[in-house]
Design a protein around this ligand. Structure first.
Ligand SMILES: CC(C)(COP(=O)(O)OP(=O)(O)OC[C@H]1O[C@@H](n2cnc3c(N)ncnc32)[C@H](O)[C@@H]1OP(=O)(O)O)[C@@H](O)C(=O)NCCC(=O)NCCS
Length: 332
């Protein structure tokens, strides 16, 4: 094994280490994802230092002989009972330092950690037709899911759908909040969140997450602690059931591009156009309350025909494609 790059597992990530991490991610994304805005330094620092929901994070930094950062790896270890078999890898090598075995060394460190932590599945997302794909194929990962990333420019949204603001004929009303769900809606929201568990995920060994009121509050706290803003719009039935909802995150330091989080309609309330209804309401809300937001990025499983149809109707356009790869990690 070469002495360099020098690999360290980061313990308490310092501001300087987060800056080094940011430098590698920016260079890597500029090469493989031109035009995709990289995370801001503060976002990277928050991601590496603040706890994520129901998970822990391990991190490695590789530096060259001159101390210059050349590669990073992050491993998210899920801790909730339905998902504690799983680890998610983020891996970047600076383009100037590729094909020298560094990515492979970091992957070995991550796989060893998976064994120690009893993880049977390691997943990673890589852009289609990229070095990441070739790397995953080389190391025996299976391609388990294709994700279509779409963009909606808010000034190009389908105005016809946006005008459809009246859902009264269906006995539903719209509501919305910023950050943590209001107490009176927390249980109904958690019940609706469980509807996401039937989302198409290909062969991804992703497990299930059980939501309750405390967990939805915890998720909102995690987003707020990162400095991001979580917006939710929901459709509530006359009987008090939350029939559907959509969530948007406005990343701190990247004010023009909003990120779509969950959109779900609970099975008994499907077929009434509620998905489109809540998403159109969210577009109206962004325009009214956050005029600096220019566009929304979302990703859908390639076979999630209903969600893709909703997004295309609203005016989302294809943007890029990624694949989820999965490695089965045999127990030792
Ligand atoms: C994927 C990535 C981490 C690989 O890092 P790396 O340090 O270049 O990887 P290695 O040198 O260890 O490559 C190991 C093997 O993977 C395969 N591989 C890696 N990059 C490749 C490419 N561009 N084309 C074809 N095969 C490639 C080769 O088999 C290579 O062995 P070889 O160089 O002896 O032929 C790097 O390209 C990267 O940062 N990509 C962008 C981020 C990304 O996509 N991450 C997710 C995927 S893990």
């Amino acid at each position: 094994m070469p002495d360099h790059p020098h690999l360290v597992q980061l313990d308490h990530v310092s501001v300087a280490e987060a800056a080094a991490w940011h430098q590698v991610v920016v260079a890597s994304m500029a090469h493989d994802l031109p035009g995709v805005p990289p995370p801001a330094p503060g976002q990277i620092h928050a991601r590496l230092t603040k706890p994520a929901l129901d998970s822990r994070r391990l991190a490695w930094l590789a530096t060259g002989a001159d101390g210059v950062p050349v590669a990073v790896a992050g491993l998210r270890l899920f801790t909730s009972p339905g998902r504690d078999h799983l680890a998610e890898l983020e891996l970047h090598v600076d383009p100037a330092h590729r094909r020298l075995g560094t990515g492979s060394r970091l992957l070995s460190a991550a796989v060893a950690a998976c064994r120690t932590e009893n993880r049977r599945s390691l997943v990673v997302e890589a852009p289609a037709d990229s070095p990441g794909e070739a790397f995953c194929a080389r190391w025996g990962f299976r391609r388990v899911l294709t994700l279509e990333h779409l963009i909606l420019r808010l000034d190009q949204a389908n105005e016809g759908w946006l005008l459809q603001s009246d859902g009264a004929e269906y006995a539903y009303r719209l509501t919305g909040w910023t950050g943590t769900v209001p107490d009176g809606l927390a249980d109904a929201f958690a019940t609706a969140k469980n509807a996401m568990n039937d989302m198409p995920l290909g062969d991804l060994d992703y497990g299930n997450e059980a939501w309750d009121a405390d967990r939805v509050r915890a998720m909102a706290t995690v987003v707020a602690d990162r400095g991001d803003t979580l917006l939710t719009v929901a459709a509530v039935h006359d009987d008090g059931t939350m029939a559907g909802y959509t969530e948007i995150v406005l990343p701190h330091g990247c004010p023009t591009r909003a990120q779509q989080y969950d959109t779900a309609v609970v099975p008994e309330h499907r077929g009434h156009g509620l998905g489109l209804w809540v998403k159109a309401a969210m577009v109206r809300r962004l325009r009214a309350e956050h005029p600096g937001v220019v566009e929304i990025e979302t990703d859908n499983a390639g076979d999630n025909v209903h969600m893709l149809a909703v997004n295309h109707a609203l005016g989302f356009r294809s943007y890029r494609r990624t694949h989820e790869f999965q490695l089965d990690v045999p127990a030792t």
